[in-house]
Design a protein around this ligand. Structure first.
Ligand code: PLP
Length: 409
């Protein structure tokens, strides 16, 4: 029965969110995702989507999805191992393995699911033992929510979790040294390849060195890097010259690669086969619809056929970053198209992002507790789809509001 106690508890919780500045309001787009979107009949420049290559509404991708619906229908009404595997799923898995330089790949409905699936099955499985093992996981404190939640599925008695301060490889090294003589079954180091609040990259060369020294598996969630970083867009591994050397990569089709939905784990063939047999978020959740599979393959083809997209997103990001600095704002340095403009104060940032929106610029404001106190920021996300004119427009709106609010002279 839906009691008064339940409704009052929910009300209290929602009110708390408002007081804490955590209550989210969803703005409703009225057409496709792109460099320009429509909301309430008005056009806005979009600088708050993960559409890094501008492929979300690419005519080629839309056509391939349409053709696939015609040929394969809408959905499969099944999980993969019952009747939900088309040759297409296998093709996408092979294509992705080839692209990322891994032995094999397994698709999941989302990257959230792939992260849950890996950690839960890997750490909880006895692997022929008596189940009394303990695995050690070393995780960056700012890893994505799906990794944090994945740990909740790892049985307490089988897992030792150690969280190191964000980006602090010395702290990670110290932990691994401390644990050197402990009798852990597996050690796993897990990090995001790119951290979405700052656009910072994990120090993969150093982390990989530590993983090798301490015989730890290296798991990289490359959601914001695949399709963005590296010469061919294969992600942080390729960026650092470590392609083919990361044990496990997880990622998404929901950002640079067309922006629909779908996740994966790519890595050693035996790990992938193990996940196919054992991971519950794979086994007991529907397979990706054929149109999304075909369109995601098209996204990989386009990335290969149009290397200028990768160049463009980098150039656009640099152009924007330089422009923001020239205006006199503080910006986090980096090479990723996530460009945080630092304002510091939470109230100021809320007001600033509201005014930008009123001036037709859609950008995400982030403040405590999403980012540390005093480090509130506007997070711009740049796309290959943006024209220089659109970036200039964003810069002049920033300048205008900056002056209006007394931040710029
Ligand atoms: C680092 C990281 N991992 C995983 C995810 C989840 O991806 P998906 O939307 O495919 O579940 C995201 C998306 O926000 C992400 O940024």
């Amino acid at each position: 029965m839906y009691t008064k106690k339940i409704t009052e508890s929910i009300k209290k919780e929602l009110e708390n969110l408002k007081v804490q500045g955590k209550f989210k309001v969803e703005r409703e787009l009225e057409g496709a995702q792109g460099p320009e979107v429509e909301i309430g009949g008005k056009k806005y420049l979009m600088f708050a989507s993960n559409n890094y290559l501008g492929l979300a509404n690419s005519p080629e991708i839309v056509k391939s999805a349409k053709d696939a619906v015609e040929k394969y229908g809408f959905g499969l009404s099944s999980v993969r191992f019952i009747s939900g595997t088309e040759t297409l799923h296998k093709e996408l898995e092979k294509k992705l393995s080839h692209f990322l330089g891994t032995e094999d790949t397994i698709l999941y409905s989302t990257n959230f699911m792939s992260n849950l699936g890996f950690f839960a099955s890997f750490t909880n499985e006895a692997f022929g033992g008596d189940g009394s093992h303990i695995d050690a996981i070393y995780s960056d404190e700012l890893n994505h929510a799906s990794i944090i939640d994945a740990f909740k599925l790892c049985k307490k008695e089988n897992t030792q979790k150690r969280i190191y301060p964000h980006g602090d490889v010395s702290a990670l090294e110290k932990m691994l040294e401390e644990d050197k003589d402990k009798n852990y079954r597996f050690k796993i180091i897990v990090t995001d390849g790119v951290f979405s609040m700052e656009g910072y990259l994990a120090d993969l060369p150093k982390i990989k060195e530590l993983a090798d020294k301490h015989e730890a598996l290296l798991f990289v969630d490359d959601a914001h890097a695949v399709g963005v970083l590296g010469k061919t867009g294969a992600g942080t591994g390729e960026h650092f010259g470590l392609q083919g050397q990361i044990d496990i990569i997880s990622g998404t089709f929901g950002k640079a690669l067309g922006g629909a939905v779908g996740g994966y784990v790519a890595g050693r063939a035996d790990i992938v086969e193990f996940l196919r047999q054992k991971s519950r978020t794979y086994l007991f959740s529907n397979s990706i619809p054929p149109s999304v599979v075909v369109a995601s393959m098209k996204a990989l083809d386009l990335l290969n056929e149009k290397p200028e997209l990768l160049i463009k997103v980098k150039e656009n990001a640099k152009y924007f970053r330089d422009g923001v600095k020239k205006l006199g704002f503080e910006v986090l340095e980096g090479e990723h198209p996530i460009v945080p403009v630092m304002l510091g104060d939470a109230g100021l940032t809320q007001e600033f992002s509201k005014k930008l929106f009123e001036h037709g610029l859609y950008v995400m404001g982030l403040w405590f507790p999403v980012v540390p106190e005093g480090k509130a920021r506007l997070r711009f996300q740049i796309s290959a789809g943006h024209t220089i004119e659109q970036i200039d427009q964003a810069l002049s709106t920033l300048s205008l509001v900056g002056k209006e609010m007394g931040i710029l002279k």
